[in-house]
Ligand binder design. Structure first.
Ligand code: SF4
Length: 64
């Protein structure tokens, strides 16, 4: 399955908070797809508010 960066971005918080040290969520999504970053590095995703998005991301990244 070929995963599109926009599919990943859709599930990220899209706040561009920079907690992951990337300038934008799009940059983080791009690196996630290249296996240069790990999902765990987006701390807001693990805050509880984004539990459903995190689960979707885990599923689509595993399937990719
Ligand atoms: S930590 Fe998560 S929400 Fe913040 S910029 Fe990075 S990918 Fe986006």
């Amino acid at each position: 399955m070929k995963l599109n960066v926009m599919e990943v971005l859709r599930q990220l918080p899209k706040t561009n908070c920079r907690e992951c040290a990337e300038p934008t969520c799009l940059a983080f999504a791009t690196k996630l797809l290249k296996n240069e970053r790990k999902l765990e590095e987006c701390k807001p995703l693990f805050s509880g508010e984004f539990t459903e998005s995190r689960r979707k991301l885990e599923t689509i990244l595993q399937a990719a």
